[in-house]
Ligand binder design. Structure first.
Ligand SMILES: [Zn+2]
Length: 432
């Protein structure tokens, strides 16, 4: 095609598209979302202004009743599955298609905030309200989900993917109930937990709107975080053996000071993690010196090493670099450094490439700024990734504060997230 004809064709296409583009996109109602977040925060509101709505508590039950009421008013067909997950279904034009599932959780940590999880649930309900108001029927069915006990160990989402064994159900959570007792308390049935499980391929998508819980979006002045995945986590216990001796009579030269080696170790971890470009993080969070007396040269240090990244390969590459440099530190300080890999690892869960593009396109169409980023915290989505494609949308957290009463996300930011969620759902629904 020659250039002139090409330009004419483009102009023609633009002419036809113009009326559609001029139509302003559907946007979430910020004040409705804010008033619902406020109402939900009343269940378990404490003297610090924080939320005490630990899973399986009386407050959790009351908060869930409030959400179930909103779901029913919005015309959703509500059921409680065997793991006590709340599922509100909206019929599609072709109702036997796989559902697009979206939601989050409403349980909190003790003395937590009003936004973690709740923004995802209120945002999911907002999507339903907007579809109702604009008389939109999707092709496939939609399911709004409130996962049970996210904070206590992703209980509901583990059951959702068939990963909640009977032993896990004997764990006592912060409410004082075992997981099994708690599930029963909320109307589930631990004896039939397998019925809550979906198989690989059972869902078309799982989408979760969530507060960032970090300060990246706020500090960069961005509206939306397009989550690339939920990071993998690996832990090691590191022991440093030196030699405990009299702190007064032993000269500085020739000491085998385990704390000195440990301090150098912590600095080195920081250097290694910072030396690679990317969003990986590494932390020495625990540091115990023995014997722990002011007048004794410390003979032993036990410390923790935690590494997180979206790529497991990268985590172990960092670990290898750390191990190599630890040998040098041990050599120079006359100590012995040993690593023990702990069995608590979480594998990275990546989000779907097409969903990321859909989220970005939605943000762009709404005139919002955005950036791709990893999620450093765990979410229900990481479990769901085992059975189907996932996508996550982050909105800013003021001061990067979370799991605390000061947790805050503005009504406008919440609404931006819900508007993006709606457009993304419609985009995914429209694709076969
Ligand atoms: Zn959460």
């Amino acid at each position: 095609m020659n250039l002139k004809r090409c330009a004419t064709a483009t102009a023609l296409i633009l002419l036809f598209l113009a009326p559609a583009l001029a139509q302003s996109p559907v946007r979430a109602d910020a004040s409705r979302m804010e008033s619902r977040i406020k109402a939900l925060s009343q269940f378990g509101l404490n003297a610090n202004g924080g939320s005490d709505r630990v899973a399986f508590s009386e407050h959790d039950k009351q908060g869930r009743e409030y959400i179930i009421g909103l779901m029913k008013n919005a015309g959703l067909e509500v059921r409680i599955d065997a793991a006590a997950n709340i599922i509100g279904r909206r019929k599609g034009r072709f109702d036997d298609r796989k559902p697009i599932v979206f939601g989050s959780h409403i349980d909190t940590v003790p003395n937590g905030g009003a936004y973690d999880g709740c923004v995802g649930v209120i945002g999911a309900l907002e999507v339903i309200e907007l579809l109702n108001e604009n008389k939109i029927t999707t092709d496939g069915p939609l399911e709004v989900i409130v996962f049970t006990d996210e904070e206590g160990g992703l209980t509901g989402s583990r059951a959702f993917v068939g990963d909640l064994g009977t032993e896990a159900q004997t764990v006592v959570n912060n409410s004082g109930k075992t997981i099994a007792e708690g599930i029963r308390f909320l109307g589930g049935d631990p004896g039939r937990i397998a019925e809550a499980a979906r198989k690989e391929g059972d869902i078309k998508a799982y989408l979760e709107l969530h507060i960032e819980q970090g300060g990246v979006l706020e500090s960069k002045g961005l509206n939306i975080g397009v989550v690339e995945g939920i990071v993998g986590i690996e832990w090691w216990e590191v022991t440093i053996e030196g030699f405990a001796n009299h702190a007064g009579t032993t000269p500085m030269k020739g000491r085998r000071d385990a704390v000195l080696a440990g301090a150098r170790f912590a600095l080195m971890v920081n250097e290694v993690v910072n030396s690679l470009g990317g969003a990986q993080v590494g932390t020495v969070g625990k540091f115990v010196a023995e014997p722990g007396a002011p007048n004794v040269i410390p003979g032993k240090v036990t410390l923790s090493l935690e590494l997180r990244d979206l790529s497991a390969e990268r985590i172990f590459r960092m670990y290898n670099m750390i191990e190599k440099r630890a040998i040098v530190i041990a050599d120079e300080t006359g100590t012995e450094i040993n690593f023990r890999h702990l069995d608590v690892s979480a594998i990275p869960a990546l989000t779907d490439e097409g969903f990321k593009s859909a989220i970005e396109a939605s943000a762009k169409e709404l005139g919002l700024t955005y950036q791709r980023m990893p999620s450093g915290a765990g979410h229900d989505a990481q479990d769901v990734a085992k059975i189907g494609p996932i996508g996550m949308i982050f909105v800013p957290s003021r001061g990067g504060i979370s799991h605390a009463p000061a947790e805050f996300t503005s009504a406008e930011d919440m609404a931006n997230g819900a508007s993006v969620l709606l457009r993304t759902i419609l985009a995914i629904d429209g694709k076969e």
